[in-house]
Ligand binder design. Structure first.
Ligand code: GTP
Length: 213
């Protein structure tokens, strides 16, 4: 089992979209109906999947969009989960604003995002179609899930796991060139130790993997 670096996830969405319910469902497998929160919560947890342990920090941003934009929180994040309620058109519009915010603050870099339409158990009061959610997600190049924190752990977990998986892969890719550099330095040290003097001139062509992110 490999131990991994911590991954920071920010959860953005309007009030009552189900941010806390979804996070608690993912971390505890349980659904707890009522929370009172007017402050941001940071959950620290280790999660295991793909035979890896990840230390995740999940920030539940409760104050926005009623107050100020959570710019600092978005900059802190390695990954963003943007949530709306399928029963609330306004929350969908605010999810759109959140996606805009993430893109504005993180461009031209890349940050993994998933868009989640919550409360799909309340089909009878649906105001946002699956197609609308899916279209918005493809506009921003992110994955899309409809879930019910109330009804199912599996879908919520799939959304979080895919997000964390992508953030981990990105970490790994970004650290690759440095690792390669380190191994070149230690090879030259090894030559120095073997031959008792400075290492022979080894010309290493720059063959770093290239990533278009
Ligand atoms: N039916 C149903 N209700 C849900 C679901 N998820 C959350 N709720 C309810 O929606 C309300 C808001 O849920 P919260 O998790 O507190 O939402 P929040 O986005 O954290 O809300 P704030 O703390 O106000 O920002 C609560 O009454 C939950 O019980 C769901 O999947 N289905």
């Amino acid at each position: 089992m490999t131990n991994f670096m911590s991954v920071h996830v920010v959860v953005l969405g309007s009030k009552q979209a189900g941010k806390t319910a979804v996070i608690v469902r993912f971390l505890t497998k349980r659904y707890i109906g009522e929370y009172k929160s007017n402050i941001d919560w940071l959950y620290k947890h280790s999660v295991t999947f793909d035979d890896m342990v990840s230390n995740v920090e999940i920030l539940d941003v409760s104050r926005w969009p009623n107050d100020s934009m959570p710019e600092e929180e978005v900059r802190w994040a390695d990954a963003c989960l943007v949530i709306y309620s399928i029963c609330d058109r306004d929350s969908f519009n605010k999810a759109h604003d959140s996606l805009d915010l993430v893109h504005r603050l993180r461009a031209p870099g890349y940050v993994p995002i998933v868009l989640v339409g919550n409360k799909k158990d309340l089909e009878h009061c649906r105001q946002v179609s699956y197609e609308d959610g899916s279209e918005l997600a493809s506009q921003y190049g992110c994955k899309f899930y409809e879930v019910s924190a109330a009804d199912s752990f599996v879908e919520v977990s799939t959304a979080f796991q895919n997000l964390i998986r992508e953030a981990r892969t990105l970490h790994l890719q970004r650290s690759l060139p440095r690792q390669r550099k380190l191994s070149i330095v230690s090879m030259s040290k090894m030559f120095g130790a073997m031959f008792g003097k400075t290492s022979p001139k080894v010309v290493v062509k720059d063959k770093r993997p290239s990533f278009s992110l």
